[in-house]
Design a protein around this ligand. Structure first.
Ligand code: UDP
Length: 195
């Protein structure tokens, strides 16, 4: 599998199926060390131009997929390559469908109450286990406390939906404390699951 560069940022040429295979391996095969996943969209490219920490978090990510057609188009224009889409929502849904009751998920983000609703719906629809929930409107002075809460939860998959940049930087910086084998910056996906 190839990795392209788009405005200093990595982009992996992976299909949704390959993404699900890769994440499944990270979650369920030893050594289960933490991995960060970014679903790249054009807004990230623009916003990160003035936010070097965001650029670094994406450069250090273990997997960077194309969230949508904007990135697919950019890769075609700049590299003449067809990069498949692997949007955050499809990745999360695909993992829940594949792994069901085997999968322990922590929902971290969105306004208070939303992660709880998303977790309930995902439990009902896919039979997943909920490792924990926390809203995404805490002060950065609480980062460590929240990261430790996640780290103690035994999650396989952490859905971090706290807005572009914040979620990727948080996952990258706290990865060893978060400890879960897959840390996915998921944007508004928690809101979508909440319905
Ligand atoms: N969000 C959050 N904390 C914040 C900002 C946003 O938890 O400080 C959540 C927001 O409620 C939504 C998700 O992050 O569930 C994506 O928000 P938005 O679309 O505003 O962010 P973007 O990805 O466009 O930056």
């Amino acid at each position: 599998e190839a990795r392209l560069t788009l405005f200093d940022l990595p982009l992996d040429v992976v299909t949704l199926e390959q993404t699900l295979d890769r994440l499944g391996g990270w979650m369920f095969r030893a050594p289960r060390s933490p991995h960060t996943v970014v679903t790249l969209n054009p807004e990230f490219i623009v916003q990160s131009r003035t936010q070097p920490e965001f650029v670094r978090a994406m450069q250090e990510a273990d997997l960077v997929t194309a969230d949508g057609v904007g990135i697919v188009w950019a890769a075609r224009q700049l590299h003449g390559r067809e990069v498949p889409r692997a949007p955050g929502y499809d990745i999360v849904k695909g993992l829940m469908q594949r792994h069901g009751s085997e999968l322990r998920v922590f929902f971290l983000g969105a306004r208070p109450g939303v992660a709880e609703q998303a977790a309930q719906n995902a439990m009902r629809d896919y039979g997943i286990q909920v490792a924990g929930v926390h809203h995404g409107y805490f002060d950065s002075s609480e980062d460590q406390r929240v990261a430790e809460l996640v780290g103690a939860s035994g999650a396989h998959l952490v859905l971090t939906g706290m807005g572009a940049g914040r979620q990727e930087i948080f996952n990258q910086y706290w990865r060893q404390v978060l400890a879960a084998p897959v840390l996915l910056g998921c944007g508004g996906v928690i809101d979508v699951f909440a319905g």
